[in-house]
Design a protein around this ligand. Structure first.
Ligand code: ADP
Length: 184
C-alpha cells in the first residue's frame, strides 16, 4: 500500500530542531512513492543491467527490491493484458521469455513519473535522446525496460512480482542532499 504524507506534516517538520527534523524526514522517505522497473531480456542479453541501474541510482531513486526471474505465459497474459488485442501479442510475450528478466522496485518522490520520464516513449527510435530508450534502443519491442505507467498500476505491478518481505526499507544518506525540506 502507498501512503501519502499530508502537507501539514511537512510544515510541522519546519518547527522542530534539525536532528529531529532529519529523523522525521527519513521516516517520511519510507512512505515515498514506489514504482516497478523490469529489465527486459534484451537488456540482460546485451549486458546493460549495470548501466541502466546506474541511471536510476544517479538520478536519486532508491533501489528497494531486485531479483532475477523467468517470466512465463501466465504472468505475461496478466501483465500485458492491455495488449492482448494486438496481432503480434504472442511475439511480444515471447520476447519477454527469451531469457530471465530482472524485476526491480524503486522509490522516490513522484517515482512513477520520474522513472517514466527517464524511460522515454515506447519506440526506441523515437524516444528522446538522453532517455534510456532514446540512448539504448532502436526498437519498438526491444526497448530495454518496462516501467509502471501510473501510481495505481505501480502498486499492482509491485505486488505482482514481489512478496512483501522482498521490498526493503532502509536508511540512505541524508535526504536533504536530494530534496528541499518541504519536498519530503
Ligand atoms: P510501454 O512499455 O511504453 O508502457 P505499452 O504498455 O504500450 O508500452 O507496451 C508494452 C510493451 O509491448 C512495449 O514496451 C513493447 O515492448 C511492446 N509493444 C507495444 N506495442 C508494440 C508494437 N506496436 N510493436 C512491437 N512491440 C510493441
Amino acid at each position: 500500500m502507498i501512503f501519502c504524507i499530508p502537507h501539514s506534516f511537512s510544515l510541522f517538520l519546519n518547527c522542530i530542531d534539525k536532528k529531529t527534523q532529519q529523523q522525521a524526514h527519513n521516516l517520511t522517505f519510507i512512505f515515498m512513492e514506489k514504482t516497478l522497473v523490469i529489465f527486459k531480456p534484451c537488456t540482460l542479453r546485451r549486458g546493460l543491467v549495470g548501466e541502466i541501474t546506474h541511471r536510476f541510482e544517479r538520478k536519486g531513486l532508491q533501489l528497494c527490491g531486485m531479483k532475477m526471474i523467468q517470466l512465463d505465459e501466465n504472468i505475461l497474459n496478466i501483465h500485458y493484458a492491455h495488449l492482448s488485442h494486438l496481432p503480434f501479442f504472442q511475439r511480444i510475450k515471447n520476447a519477454m521469455m527469451v531469457s530471465p528478466v530482472i524485476v526491480s522496485c524503486w522509490k522516490g518522490k513522484e517515482a512513477v513519473h520520474v522513472v517514466r520520464e527517464l524511460t522515454g516513449t515506447t519506440n526506441g527510435r523515437h524516444a528522446a535522446t538522453g532517455t534510456i530508450r532514446g540512448d539504448y534502443s532502436m526498437s519498438m519491442q526491444e526497448n530495454i525496460v518496462h516501467t509502471s505507467d501510473s501510481v495505481e498500476n505501480a502498486e499492482i505491478e509491485i505486488a505482482r512480482f514481489f512478496k512483501n518481505d522482498e521490498i526493503f526499507e532502509f536508511e540512505t544518506i541524508d535526504m536533504d542532499v536530494f530534496y528541499a525540506n518541504d519536498e519530503i
